[in-house]
Design a protein around this ligand. Structure first.
Ligand code: ATP
Ligand code: MG
Length: 455
């Protein structure tokens, strides 16, 4: 397996060993090699103290000296070199109070979270160290805590999030007693910062099938801690168009929505407003209606993403996905309807909305082909965009200044009203978008509204 270790990591190990220290690649990168995946980052564990590591390599960054970590740069590749350490008390379920150096590799591996992450490999002597049966667990695709899971989960609240993340990304099942320890450790999870929870959630959503981890999060109570609004959807039955309850439909939608983790978050939250808007259908009380669930859901999404400290940009993107996911295309849409649709949702959101619709239709589990609807709408949207026609007030052949000058009116609400009315006309008939025609239309609109409001 030596060939699978990046030459830069081998180089660092060789140098440390030549100076008389122990050195192993360790943790996630060893796990990924054994799984035949590309390792994302390289971690080296060594018996050398941080000051010694810094003395051995010309280019290093003292990333986390207090915790024994030095980032060594080999060419452009950063290698995290960490001194073997044991961990003492965790009094706050977040960070260990202090770390002890001067321990063995086995002790260092014992502080790691899961057996599959507690593997070390010496690429120089081609030696794998696996004190907790990580290799066997990898082969069985079983995620198991190192040591007593109840203690390990309580000492660091993030570990339960890592557990469900790895269930999804590594497509492993959670060992029974490891899973059984989660409900008793949720108080530790509540102490973890929103940013760290968010980062794990994003990694989970990058897995091919996020539902693998989300289902474990639901049944162990993690979901109720981090996203209680979503837990409300369990058991909320829908109607003849959906084969499953809101939660099951959500799981299927997330897995079937192609794209990045933020788009998947939009899929996860698209129906979050349903439980709170559910009402029995008048003529068929066994079915539910969810009137305005997209608007309620958008508000809830905004609050959830503020709480989890997502960036404004990500929050606005996902909230808009939720708000606009209920469009109903039919071939009767006129070109003006298509233009209005594009204007309402915004050009940038369209790929997200179409991907969500694909996941939503597949997630209904009735074997429908989302392309029946999307193919035609996609083509019509492209046609509208290609024609370069006005889709927003900025695209009009005049602006507010022109209107004020021509009509002799001061800045104010009326100018905006006229611009919006002009855009409506232009969306209906793009040939109107010429300065002179718009000016005479503006005069008409001003006169009509003036009469209505009596001014
Ligand atoms: P990836 O890098 O693919 O996200 P990883 O397992 O490498 O996954 P890192 O955060 O890079 O995760 O951590 C590297 C190693 O450090 C892990 O494999 C594990 O051995 C150990 N580790 C990380 N976080 C924890 C934790 N919260 N508790 C115990 N050990 C941890
Ligand atoms: Mg890693």
């Amino acid at each position: 397996m030596k060939e699978q270790v990046a030459s830069e990591a081998q180089e660092v190990s060789r140098r440390l060993k030549a100076a008389g220290h122990e050195a192993f690649v360790v943790g996630g990168c060893v796990r990924d090699i054994l799984l035949g995946r590309d390792a994302k980052d390289w971690d080296v564990a060594t018996s050398a103290r941080p000051e010694v590591v810094q003395g051995l390599f010309r280019r290093c960054i003292p990333t986390g000296i207090a915790h024994g970590t030095v980032t060594v740069l080999v060419g452009k590749t950063p290698i995290e070199v960490t001194t073997f350490r044991g961990e003492a008390e965790y009094s706050d379920a977040r960070r260990p109070d202090r770390v002890n150096f001067g321990v063995t590799l086995e002790e260092d591996l014992a502080r790691r979270d899961f057996t599959v992450n507690a593997l070390a490999y010496d690429p120089i002597d081609d030696r794998l160290v696996d004190p907790f049966g990580g290799r066997e667990d990898l082969a069985a695709r079983r995620l198991r805590a190192v040591g007593d899971p109840a203690i390990r989960f309580r000492e660091d609240g993030l570990r339960v999030m890592r557990a469900v993340r790895f269930v999804a990304t590594l497509e492993m099942s959670l060992d029974r007693s490891t899973e059984a320890a989660i409900p008793g450790a949720l108080d530790s999870l509540r102490k973890v910062s929103a940013e760290r929870v968010r980062d794990e959630l994003v990694k989970l959503l990058s897995a091919p099938r996020p539902s693998l981890g989300l289902r474990v999060a639901q049944r162990t109570g993690i979901l109720a801690v981090i996203l209680p609004e979503l837990a409300e959807g369990v058991g909320v039955v829908q109607n003849r168009f959906h084969a499953s309850d809101v939660w099951e439909h959500t799981m299927a939608t997330v897995d079937n929505t192609p794209g990045d983790a933020i788009r998947r978050l939009g899929a996860l939250l698209h129906d979050v407003g349903k439980p709170r808007t559910a009402a029995p259908k008048v003529d068929s009380p066994s079915e539910q209606t969810f009137f305005r669930h997209e608007a309620v859901g958008a508000e809830m999404t905004d609050a959830i993403m503020r709480r989890l400290k997502f960036s404004n940009r990500e929050r606005e993107r996902v909230t808009a996905m939720v708000a606009h996911h209920m469009f109903w295309y039919s071939p009767e849409w006129t070109d003006a309807t298509v233009r209005r649709f594009v204007r309402r949702v915004g050009v940038d959101l369209i790929p997200d909305l179409f991907a969500l619709r694909e996941g939503d239709v597949r997630g209904r589990g009735r074997g429908e082909d989302p392309e029946v609807e999307l193919c035609e709408l996609r083509a019509r949207v492209h046609a509208v965009l290609d024609e370069d026609q006005a889709l927003s007030i900025q695209d009009l052949a005049l602006d507010g200044e022109d209107i004020m000058a021509a009509l002799g009116i001061p800045p104010g609400r009326r100018v905006g009203e006229i611009l919006r009315a002009l855009l409506e006309r232009v969306l209906e008939d793009p040939s109107l978008n010429e300065r002179d025609r718009l000016l005479s239309l503006a005069a008409e609109i001003h006169a009509e509204r003036g009469q209505q409001s009596g001014t």
